[in-house]
Ligand binder design. Structure first.
Ligand code: DGL
Length: 281
């Protein structure tokens, strides 16, 4: 029997896993955070693709039949190549496997939320440079005005456990001010990186304190991805039939297991005992 794999460069994918487990608690999950090589968002396409493929193959080799790329950077830079080039090869050799990303489910929710039609995307430098959000949003709703802002310091702050401290306020202000100066009519901000919900409290506080931006909608991806996966499984019975239903979740990290366990336990409000693994060779 098989599990659902959830992959991110580090802690960010936990924001997706938590929501998926609320909606689909019956399945067994294997989470993999490549914390040793995070952040991915400042790497080139080749590196992001290579790291992501190593992680995805690892999860397939460890009993996962479906892998969720709970990482926008990996979804933007590596998903299409993995789906088109690598999955057909893997599927020829073994069981049926598939890999799903987080960008499409997020994009699909945006048109119903924005009233002004002005949408801001906060994401890593790699996701911004891929233009994935802009291209996907324009495909489904041509009239939207989309502005992007890369936030290169947010993931390092979160990976270092500094996101709740006062020092993080400086970079919250820097990127929110920048995107809203580019387009003051934005009424919807997409957190286009799975790490960013860990800064949600600070982001909401900043918006509340700013006279013109109190009504801005902030979109986090967890619930959207969870509902999208539920919908996918209802249409793909061949995966449901393979999935075991023990309600368990195991955690793997490429960095120190104790540190991951401690941070993940705080974030998920439940005990986490992670195991360290090595990706690639
Ligand atoms: N959580 C990843 C994302 O959604 C962060 C990428 C990074 O490691 O920079 O993009």
């Amino acid at each position: 029997m098989a599990k659902i794999g959830v992959f991110d460069s580090g802690y960010g994918g936990l924001t997706i896993l938590r929501e998926i487990r609320k909606v689909l608690p019956e399945y067994d999950y294997l989470y993999l955070g490549d914390n040793a090589r995070a952040p991915y968002g400042t790497h080139s396409f080749e590196v992001i693709y290579r790291y992501t493929l190593q992680a995805v193959k690892y999860l397939f080799e460890h009993d996962c039949t479906l892998v969720i790329l709970a990482c926008n950077t990996a979804s933007a830079k590596a998903l299409r190549t993995i789906q088109q080039k690598d999955l057909p090869e893997i599927n020829r050799q073994s069981q049926i496997v598939n890999c799903l990303g987080v960008i499409r489910p997020t994009v699909e929710a945006v048109p119903a939320i924005t009233k002004t039609g002005h949408v801001g995307i906060l994401a890593t430098p790699a996701t911004v440079s891929s233009e994935s959000y802009v291209l996907e949003l324009q495909k489904i709703s041509a009239g939207l005005t989309i502005v992007q802002q890369s936030c290169p310091m947010w993931v390092p702050l979160i990976e270092a456990g500094e996101h709740d401290k006062d020092g993080a306020n400086y970079f919250v202000d820097e990127y929110l001010s920048a995107i809203l100066e580019k387009d003051p009519q934005i009424d919807t901000l997409v957190l286009g990186c799975t790490h960013y919900p860990l800064l949600l409290k600070k982001i909401e506080q900043w918006l509340q304190q700013s006279a013109n931006h109190q009504t801005i909608n902030v979109i986090a991806q967890g619930e959207l991805e969870a509902n999208s996966l539920k919908n996918y499984l209802s249409r793909h019975i061949e995966y449901c039939e393979q999935l075991s239903q023990g309600g368990s979740c195991c955690y793997l990290t490429t960095e120190n297991a104790d540190r991951f366990s401690q941070s993940a336990s705080v974030f998920l409000s439940e005990p986490v005992k992670a195991q360290q693994v090595i990706l690639g060779s």
